[in-house]
Design a binder for this molecule. Structure first.
Ligand code: UTP
Ligand code: MN
Length: 540
């Protein structure tokens, strides 16, 4: 390893003999390198022997090299230079073996690295077969590839014809693997044997490694249809099929939809269009926290001991999101009945509600047992919930105000609020129904657009409030924490590996014909014999 005199002698006598360790080098790349080396008339050995002067490897760890060479200790490498591929590429560039510099040498002192820890005997990183078994953090090492694969996924989801659903899923699976790797991919050989890495995704990664970009992705990014689909589906209430209709009508901007009379009467769409620019702006974690505090405070007044949990991306430690998902329950099952409506009345009184729809629970026991679709979209559950838009005072962005508690601050903000709040009609239960609300507004010559254009100190934010019975709470918490792909994978795992049906309502063992209870979030994982992952580790 250090340049001994015998090595110097061998090299000086132009007896450079290279042995390339094939591990971790993609087959095709290895062939290309060998060809180029021979072309430059640099001697290559097919095996490791005492005549070898340079061992070339992709490993960055001497202990690993020793194992790969099947040696007992580094004493056997006494008069050999162990170098990385960069030395060989430098030599190929120079047309002859270059002097080995520190940067070329494999690190002798390095511990068996994180990378090593994740490597199997076949020198591939160990990646658990299921995304729900892996640790996937928000920050990872492969953004360049993941960003590209996510565009391909999105495009396939939007096209939504023939095989597009499974194509989209294949891209998702591949990007989930990349997110969980403890290193940046530098060669496709590092990942090509991982179960979830499909041929198409590998091609994309190879192209990015070669040239920095993938042509297919670049073409999609510039594609007019894709850009319009992205723009239209960013409107609350617009899914791919509505977006396609709008494109067919020749609409090119959200403004075209906003100015049209030909819009469905869906309350989501009406409010979504009026408040599009607000709803486009990401919700910040601080705002979500302040709002959750208010909901918790109001819930506590109505039903002391209730549990109010901010879920969704924010629970996974995301710093921004597209909405606020709050899950509510009470340890005395049954006490939560009727809570949501009262809570909404209180929030409305505080001037926090813009519009929304209360959905009754559609849960029946057979929901647990019945087959459900593990589709990309089909993660709908049967809880009582309110989906709507709330008014987040601008001070929420700074934690709800400096000199006061959140509650006081928001109380003050509510009274300062110049918005029409419909306080007068609180007794009329039908006013919570979106159509009734719009009708009442129309009678006062008021439209959502008027409100959007008014002088206001708040931003419209999407909010989901979900009520669940305590016996289903831990499953609901896992379900509403996500990520979507984590859930999809967990449900598929339950089905394939245990023949169990997992939903946000519970776990049902088909083999045993019974419901399996959980008394904590960890129980949910234990019941599936999966290692517990903290919410921030579920970002796949
Ligand atoms: P979101 O769509 O809000 O995702 O659903 P998110 O991870 O919070 O992303 P952003 O940051 O808002 O964009 C939250 C979780 O709730 C589940 C979804 O699968 C997701 O994991 N969910 C959603 C349900 O379980 N049931 C539903 O009816 C809707
Ligand atoms: Mn969310």
């Amino acid at each position: 390893m250090a340049t001994s005199s015998r090595l110097t002698e061998k090299i000086v006598n132009n007896k450079t003999l290279i042995y390339i360790l094939s591990q971790r080098i993609q087959r095709r790349r290895l062939e290309d390198i060998k060809k180029a080396t021979k072309k430059k008339q640099i001697n290559l050995s097919d095996s490791f022997s005492s005549n070898v002067t340079h061992v070339v490897t992709e490993s960055d760890n001497m202990q690993q090299v020793i194992r790969w060479l099947d040696l007992d200790s580094d004493a056997d490498l006494h008069d050999v230079e162990v170098v990385t591929l960069t030395w060989l590429t430098d030599s190929l560039k120079a047309g002859k073996p270059v002097t080995v510099e520190a940067k070329h040498r494999v690190n002798q002192d390095s511990e068996e690295s994180v990378d090593e820890e994740h490597s199997s005997s076949s020198n591939e990183p160990v990646v658990a077969d299921w995304a729900c078994q892996r640790v996937t953090l928000l920050r990872h090492h492969n953004h360049q590839f993941v960003d590209a694969l996510e565009i391909l996924q999105k495009y396939a989801e939007m096209r939504d014809v023939n095989q597009d659903y499974s194509r989209a899923l294949a891209f998702r699976r591949a990007s989930c693997v990349l997110k969980s790797l403890p290193f940046t991919v530098t060669s496709v050989s590092q990942i090509e044997n991982i179960k979830d890495m499909g041929a198409h995704s590998l091609r994309v990664i190879q192209e990015i490694l070669n040239s920095g970009v993938c042509q297919e992705v670049e073409t999609i990014k510039k594609d007019d249809w894709f850009q319009k689909m992205k723009m239209f589906t960013s409107v609350f209430g617009v899914g791919p099929s509505t977006a396609k209709k709008w494109i067919e009508r020749g609409w090119t901007s959200v403004r075209d939809a906003q100015q049209s009379d030909n819009i469905s009467s869906d309350w989501r769409l009406i409010w979504g269009l009026a408040f599009h620019s607000d709803l486009m702006k990401p919700v910040l974690a601080t705002e979500a926290d302040v709002f959750t505090c208010i909901v918790r405070e109001e819930t506590d007044r109505l039903l002391p001991g209730a549990i109010v949990e901010l879920t969704g991306g924010f629970r996974r430690k995301k710093q921004s999101g597209h909405d606020v998902d709050i899950l509510i329950t009470h340890p005395d099952e049954g006490k939560e009945t009727g809570l949501l409506k009262q809570l909404l009345e209180r929030l409305e009184r505080r001037g926090l509600v813009l519009c929304g729809n209360l959905e009754k629970s559609t849960y029946t026991d057979d929901v647990l047992v019945r087959d459900f679709k593990l589709s990309m979209r089909g993660q709908l559950d049967h809880f009582e919930k309110w989906l709507g838009i709330c008014k987040f005072h601008n001070s929420f962005q700074h934690g709800g105000g400096k000199d006061s508690t959140t509650a006081e601050c928001v109380n003050r903000n509510a009274s300062e609020d110049r918005m029409p709040c419909f306080h007068a009609s609180l007794d009329d239960k039908d006013d919570y129904e979106p159509k009734a609300k719009l009708k009442k507004m129309a009678a006062e010559n008021l439209t959502p657009k008027h409100i959007a254009d008014s002088d206001r100190g708040w931003t419209a934010r999407r909010v989901d409030l979900i009520i669940c019975p305590f016996s289903q709470y831990w499953y609901a918490l896992v379900g509403w924490t996500g990520s979507k792909h984590f859930n999809r994978d967990l449900r598929l795992y339950a089905q394939r590996v245990h023949n169990m049906k997992l939903t946000s309502h519970g776990l049902y063992s088909q083999a045993k014909g019974k419901i399996i209870a959980a008394n904590s979030e960890k129980d949910v994982f234990d019941n599936l014999t999966i290692p517990y992952r903290e919410p921030y580790e579920r970002n796949c």
